[in-house]
Design a protein around this ligand. Structure first.
Ligand SMILES: Cc1ncc(COP(=O)(O)O)c(C=O)c1O
Length: 396
């Protein structure tokens, strides 16, 4: 008898579509127009981009030559360095490693820091891709809670108990997806002590850092954190709203000797893949020179949608908009008379509005829904009015 083909256990994911995806596909096949409040691909949201410059930057003569540099070309790293200087945090190009995406940056770091089955601590609720990234890199993911008391905070008491000898990295998402919460200075101070005591690195995902709703002195970027080995992640999928161009970076900081050792190992990992393509690296300086105008348009959209949602939620029955400080998402607490999935299915089937249920993001309890603030204002306003109207009727 022929034995069944064996795949690696790490790929034993449940691959069946969930009920929401099946319902969405059914409606789309019937060409029912759907108001998609999960859309978070900025290139689908009607923003105008400086298209001429974005495309002409790809037509450089230098692109015909291949001069691989494991950390990424100096020209591109200098452009990233200028970006941080503009933000008030000088970073020398030697501290920058380019990658093709932030997800790839996570993989490099898990490969650098953790042996199979070592621990990495992640926030919850947070971004669903983390469980796959942990899986694919053979690390054990444990989650530490974020708690909400009118604003989101790291539950440091719980986080402290999760640290052990195998904890190789503590991941922060700053601001977090989908809670929109920034890391605060007091939290970093305490995490530095915990990480130093356990030889744990800090990994801080700051891909949404340029999208804050207001100025708040209490927020910090970890780019300047030199107390423990620290890696900050950023990239143009969010910073420039250009996810298709595939370019991200890792900024390394920390005690000098440790940074030196980590950098030389990270360089070997980067050299093994050399995954960032030459045209993108050559185009980066020109693309980043358009950062402010691109971000202005995105910031205007998310602020406008958030304030519309706030006003509507204040006047709606049985619905609370959780405080969001930044990022591209908003979270609504809705009545737990039905499950999140039942609500989301009802919004889809009856109102033709697609939202994400909170359990996609590992919320502790029900019922929450998550909406993207990137949708064009007419789609967003119509979609929000339909679901709030539905909730106020109290029935599925
Ligand atoms: C918090 C966070 N980090 C990273 C990513 C992935 O970024 P990239 O497109 O650079 O891989 C996302 C994508 O939505 C995200 O939400």
């Amino acid at each position: 008898m022929i034995e069944p083909f064996l795949f690696a256990r790490r790929t034993n994911w449940p691959l069946e579509s969930n009920r929401l995806t099946v319902a969405l596909e059914y409606l789309r096949n019937k060409e029912v127009p759907i108001l998609d409040l999960t859309e978070s691909n900025p290139t689908n949201c009607g923003f105008s981009y400086p298209g001429g410059d974005i495309l002409s930057a790809l037509a450089e003569g230098d692109n015909l030559e291949y001069k691989p540099v494991p950390r990424g070309s100096l020209k591109a790293r200098e452009a990233v360095s200028r970006y941080y200087r503009e933000r008030g945090s000088p970073v020398s190009p030697e501290r920058i490693f380019l990658t093709a995406s932030t997800s790839e940056a996570y993989s490099y770091l898990f490969r650098l820091l953790a042996n199979p089955s070592d621990h990495v601590l992640f926030p919850h609720p947070s971004y669903p891709l983390f469980s796959f990234l942990g899986n694919l890199n053979d690390v054990r993911l444990e989650t530490y809670p974020l708690i909400y008391d009118g604003k989101w905070n790291i539950d440091l008491k719980s986080a402290r108990h999760l640290f052990c000898d195998d904890t190789r990295a503590f991941v922060l998402v700053n601001p977090n997806n989908p809670t929109g919460s920034f890391v605060r200075w007091g939290e970093v101070e305490e995490l530095n002590v915990l990480c130093r005591d356990h030889n744990t690195a800090l990994v801080c995902d700051e891909v949404f850092a340029d999208f804050a709703f207001d100025a708040n002195q209490d927020r910090v970027s970890l780019v300047d954190n030199d107390q423990v080995l620290t890696f900050v992640l950023g990239g143009i999928s969010k910073t420039l709203g250009l996810p298709q161009m595939k370019l991200s970076w890792i900024i390394i900081n920390g005690p000098r000797e440790l940074v030196k050792k980590a950098s030389s190992r990270l360089e070997v990992i980067a050299d093994t893949y050399l995954s960032v393509n030459t045209p993108t690296q050559n185009a980066l300086p020109l693309w980043l020179s358009h950062r402010k105008e691109i971000q202005e348009r995105i910031n205007e959209r998310i602020r406008q949608n958030y304030s519309f949602l706030k006003e509507q939620a204040e006047n709606a029955r049985d619905c609370e908009l959780l405080t969001t400080e930044g990022g591209w998402y908003a979270v609504l607490k809705i009545p737990d008379t039905y499950s999140e999935e039942e609500w989301a299915l009802a919004f889809l089937n009856k109102d033709h509005v697609f939202v994400h249920p909170g359990y996609f993001f590992d919320f502790d309890n029900e019922a929450f829904i998550v909406v993207s603030l990137l949708a064009s204002d007419d789609v967003f306003q119509d979609g929000i009015k339909r679901i709030l109207g539905h909730i106020s009727r109290g029935e599925l």
